[in-house]
Design a protein around this ligand. Structure first.
Ligand code: SF4
Length: 416
């Protein structure tokens, strides 16, 4: 949406008070996330005055028409699957209010350069895990045509971006819905190989997030090994190691299968970074099952773990299971899981101290320039900070001189 707005000549205001349009892009995956989204919207609504307030994303998709009467402060809603209409909606909302302070910029490039961007390769999900509302919100799985992905990425790289992050709810099955289209790519491995020359031409990198365990095929690992521009970062949500619970989650796998999968990755791609997502407090989770999950985090040595406590969300089937875990136990297990994951992850990070890495500068924080190495994904992992004033969007070679938890202090190699 920011790309579309930028192309249409809109620019990003310094802060909400100086904006004409306020857009809250929401997450509605959990009730807690929906609540946070509503709070953010209401907070902005308080001082909005004549400004136009638009809510986009998964909350409008999940709650639909109910929101119109409940949030009269909001001028327009854009559901997740309609995000391409954002320019039209903003234009219409502004017209009805007769605010015309926005002049298109001559270059059509008015959002700050942070050097990287997410690109969606698919939307929706067919898995219907019993705890998840996403298939109900985002719909059935649909891969984006490969040419469309290529063109979007080409446009971003032409502007000088140095990293593209490929996302989707279930990236590993990219192309599986194109079986009837012989002219389309049929797998994620095909997509990686198709995009590789483009990244090579522009000297840029890409990473892929959210590959479900069964999406890791030998063909895909082959593509990871062949394509230097694809960083060896594996984001593979397992959710749990108990095959009993995984079955109740309507997911596949077991501790043995996941153990084999991760050792296979480590063997084929030495030095691979491993991220996973794990959930605690799913209905019926026993103390013993939880402890085995903790041990598994240690055993595999995950670099990063996103952890969640199960949240009872209708219409996911797990909401109707009887043996729900009390909230205090869920929170206690979540804390223990986060502590264990932090311990393991920080140990892994400390091993990078002394390495020289390319760091993409993404902006500023607390007066320091900040950036990311290939083994740090945006919005979830750590950062590298520098005392020097460095231009966002540029890549510098730097030595990681000190680790603070998941973050690093960088020292430029060879000056600016
Ligand atoms: S794979 Fe499962 S958890 Fe992930 S989006 Fe699909 S249904 Fe939800």
């Amino acid at each position: 949406m920011s790309e579309l707005l930028s192309q249409a000549g809109f620019s990003l205001a310094e802060d909400p008070s100086s904006a004409d349009v306020l857009i809250v892009n929401t997450c509605g995956f959990l009730e807690a996330a929906s609540r946070e989204s509503l709070e953010a919207t209401l907070e902005l609504a308080q001082g909005k005055g004549e400004k136009t307030l638009i809510m986009t994303g998964c909350v409008p998709s999940r709650y639909k028409g109910d929101l119109v009467s409940e949030l009269p402060e909001v001028d327009a809603f854009v559901e997740a699957l309609d995000e391409e209409s954002i320019v039209e909606v903003v234009g219409a909302a502004l017209k009805s209010k007769e605010i015309h302070t926005l002049a298109p910029s001559p270059e059509g490039e008015t959002f700050p350069n942070k050097g990287w961007e997410y690109v969606k390769i698919s939307d929706g999900c067919n898995r219907f895990c019993s705890f998840c509302t996403i298939p109900f919100i985002r719909g059935r799985y649909a891969s984006r045509p490969s040419k469309e992905i290529y063109t979007e990425i080409e446009g971003l790289l032409e502007k000088g971006l140095k990293e593209i992050v490929l996302v989707g709810q279930d990236t590993g099955v990219y192309g599986s819905d194109f079986a009837e289209k012989p002219d389309e790519l049929q797998s994620l491995a095909d997509l990686v190989r198709y995009l590789a020359p483009l990244f090579n031409k522009f000297g840029a990198k890409f990473r892929i997030l959210y590959i479900q365990p069964d999406g890791i095929t030998d063909d895909l690992l082959g593509a990871f090994a062949e394509v230097d521009e694809l960083v060896n970062y594996f984001d593979i949500p397992i959710q749990h190691t108990s095959s009993r619970l995984l079955k109740a989650m309507r997911r596949k796998g077991s501790a043995e299968e996941f153990r084999d999968l991760f050792s296979h990755i480590k063997k084929k791609i030495p030095g691979a970074i491993l991220r996973t997502t794990a959930m605690v407090g799913f209905p019926g989770e026993t103390e013993k099952e939880f402890e085995k999950l903790l041990d598994f985090i240690d055993e595999i040595g995950f670099d990063y773990v996103s952890s969640f406590a199960y949240s009872r969300e209708e219409p996911g089937r797990a909401a109707y299971l009887e043996d729900q875990i009390p909230e205090d136990i869920k929170q206690e297990r979540l804390q223990l899981l986060m502590d264990r994951a932090t311990l393991v992850g920080e140990r892994k990070m400390a091993a990078h101290v002394g390495e020289t890495e390319e760091v993409l500068i993404t902006g500023k924080e607390d007066g320091l320039s900040i950036g990311r190495t290939w083994f740090q994904a945006p919005d979830s992992d750590g950062l590298v900070s520098f005392e020097e004033e460095l231009e966002a969007g540029k890549v510098f070679s730097a030595k990681l001189v000190e680790a603070n938890g998941f973050d690093f202090v960088g020292a430029l190699e060879g000056g600016v």
